[in-house]
Design a protein around this ligand. Sequence first.
Ligand SMILES: [Zn+2]
Length: 334
Amino acid sequence: MPKRIVATLSILGLIASGLFSLSWGIWGHQHINRAAVFALPDSMRVFFFNHIDYLTEEAAVPDLRKYLIGDRAEPDRHYIDLEAFGPHPFEVLPRSWDAAVQKYGEEKLHQAGILPWYIQDMEKKLEQAFRNRRVDEILFIAADLGHYIGDAHVPLHTTINHDGQLTGQRGIHAFWESQLPEMFGANYNFHVSPAKYIPDIQGEVWQIIRHSHSLVDSVLVIEKRLKASFPQDELYRRDAAGQIIKNKYGQPVYTYAFAKAYHEALHGMVEDQMRRAIQELADFWYTAWVNAGRPDLTTLDDPSLTQANQKIFKKAYRLWQQGKLWGIRSGSEY
Ligand SMILES: [Zn+2]
């Protein structure tokens, strides 16, 4: 792995300490962005693979942006509190931003989170970047888009009860999206189907949100039930003095045994959501490129860079076909 990425990872790790995790975590986001590159057709993949380390590094940056730069526009982009729109949100919420603003006003939308519309916005921007054939723009937007598509696959990003705070389950957010994939993700299968064209981006975004939201009850109920039946003194990790160990977000860290039991009781949900995110991201990247008129990306980089990467790619691709990701070393939070 190049030195630059290792340095950035450790910086990300440092920055993340003391902050509340708000999405997949560094581990999850980086794996999603990296894996999606391999599902692209050759005409896109050569360029994306040349910049795979950037796409990986940048994956978790939108979460940090709001803390580091204090960008006030950033937080609303990562979630949607569907309950803010009544008991049947999918029946009343307009799919397009303009229609939603007309119905609810911008203020209410921003209060409830704008994730589904922001993804549509980013897809349009990526299309434009492809049309312009601007390397920096394409990479920056493609990586960011990966972050928000990742967030849309975390069930707790679609509910007002995002950290189980309304059901006495505080800490479940980071538990589900950070601790579980970090602990058990080494065995996940990161191989997905070749990228395919999405004829209706708007419909696809809402389909993703609808599916994620349908999992919210399971995420919460299964944990609650399991916690009640689990030996209480085996729930949390303890230090030598018997004190419960807290993570960098100040929340108690669950034991391996409890994390494993929850992970198993979810029947592959975390892996499935991560795989769906990888597939969707590859499909969204591909669709933006097709809509931009399939611009030639192979001439954007110096031929010597592409040539040097060919050998590495073959090895990386073989690994990916077996479900494994090459060359990734995400900073660990647990
Ligand atoms: Zn996020």
